[in-house]
Ligand binder design. Sequence first.
Ligand code: SUG
Length: 451
Amino acid sequence: MEAQVDRLVGPTHHFGGLGVGNLASHGHRGQVSNPRAAALQGLDKMATVARLGVPQFVLPPQRRPRLDWLRRFGFAGSDAEVLKRAREEAPALLSAAMSCSAMWTANAATVTPSWDTPTRRLTVTVANLTASLHRSIEAEETAEELRRLLPAEATVGPPLPGGTAGRDEGAANHMRLAGENDVLGSDDVPGLHLFVFGDGRPVPRKFLPRQSREASRGVMRIHRIPSENGFVVKQHPDAIDAGAFHNDVVAASHGDLLIHHELAFHDEADVRDGSAARSETPTMERLARRFHAAFDKPLRRVIVSGDELPIGQAVSSYLFNSQIVTPGEDPASAVLICPNQVRECPAALSLVQRWRDRDGLFAEVRFVELRQSMSAGGGPACLRLRVPVTAEQLSGFAAGLRWTERLDDELRSTIASAYPSEARLDDLADAEFVDAAGHAVGLIRAKLGFE
Ligand code: SUG
C-alpha cells in the first residue's frame, strides 16, 4: 500500500514569486493570498484521499518566520527592525524567510520502498532543494519531521551536498513503476525507478533546470537501486522553458501506468553524455523492456501529444500533476484526483474522460479546489509525498500524525481562529502580523506533537 504524506499550509502562505521557472508563481507575485483558505483546501484534499480509505498523514507547517535565518544575512536589531530593513533592502529574502513552500511535500524527499533495495529498509533521502534559496531552508526540518513520522527501521538520509551541481528536488523528479500487485504490497518484485534530471546539454533557453543529473544518480546509488532497475532520463529543455520546472508537471506514474506529455523527455541524453549508462537504445525503451521482463507484462505507457494537449495547456491545467491513488485492494479501482483547472481546460478534460470511460485507466475522477496552492505552481501531486509500505511498516508510523476525522476537526478550528485570511508582501514586514503567524504555527505544531 502507499501512504500519502501532506503538510498543512502555514499562516504565512503568500505569493512571493520565488519559484524558479514556475510560471504560476511568477504570475501571481505580489497578489493577496489567503492562508486560511490555502490550509483548508489542503485539508480538503487530505480528507478526500483519507475518506477513500488511503492512509493519509499530516505534517505541521515548518517553523516560520525564520528571523534567525534573516539575521544571518546581517540584519540586526529588534525583530521589528529586522523585518523593516529586510522589506526595504531585500524583499526576496524576507519572502523566503516566511515561505510555506515546504507544503509541497513531493519535493521533501525521494523514497524507495524496502523491497526495492538490498538493504530491505525503507530508504529516504531528504531533498536539498538548493536550486532555490527559499526552498533550501526546508531540508533540515524536513529530515527531523520525517524521522518522527516514519517507522523506526526506515533510513532517513541527509540531503545530498548541494550547490548547483548537486541540486535535488526529491520525488517530483522520480517515478517508480511496478507490477499491479505491488501497489498492494502483496508481491516482492522490486520496482523500477525513473529519475528525471534537467541539467546538461541541450540547455533550456529561459529557465534554470532544477534537478541535476549527479543528484539523481547519487540518490540511486545511496538507495542501492540495482543498476538494471534504475533509469535516468533528461527532461526536455522545451518543457522546462514552457514552465515544467518539475517532471511531475508533465508526467505521472502509478503502478504499471506511466502517463506523460510527448515533450516530457529528451531521451538521447545517455548516448550523448557518454555516462556509465551509455546505450544506443533510448532510455524509455530500455525501461519498457525491463518492465516487461521483470513483471511479465507490458508497461502501460500513455503518451499525450501536443495536438491532444499543447504543452502550455499541460502546464496551465496541471493535468499531469493529478494525484493517483488506489483505495482498497482492487488495482482497477484507481482514482485520479485532478485540480479544478483540468475541468476548465476542454482538452485536458476530454483526456481525463477518455482515460476513465474508454481506456479504463481510472475507475473514478475527482476534482479538488486547490487554487491557493495552484497559484504558486503546486497541484495535487505536488502536495503529497508517496511512501510505499507494507502493512507492518504502516503500523510503525507516528499515530498522532495520521489523518482522522477528529484531527481534521481540530486542525480546522485552529485554522479558523488563528490563520489570517489575507497576506500581502507588506504584511510580512509587520511585526504584529508576523508574531500572530508564529503563534499559529506553534499551536498547530503542538497539536501534532512538535514543539
Ligand atoms: O518549488 N512553488 C513551488 C511549487 C512546487 C511544486 N511542486 C511540484 N511540482 N512537485 C516551487 O516552485 C512558490 C513560492 C512563491 O511563489 O513565493 C514555490 O516555491
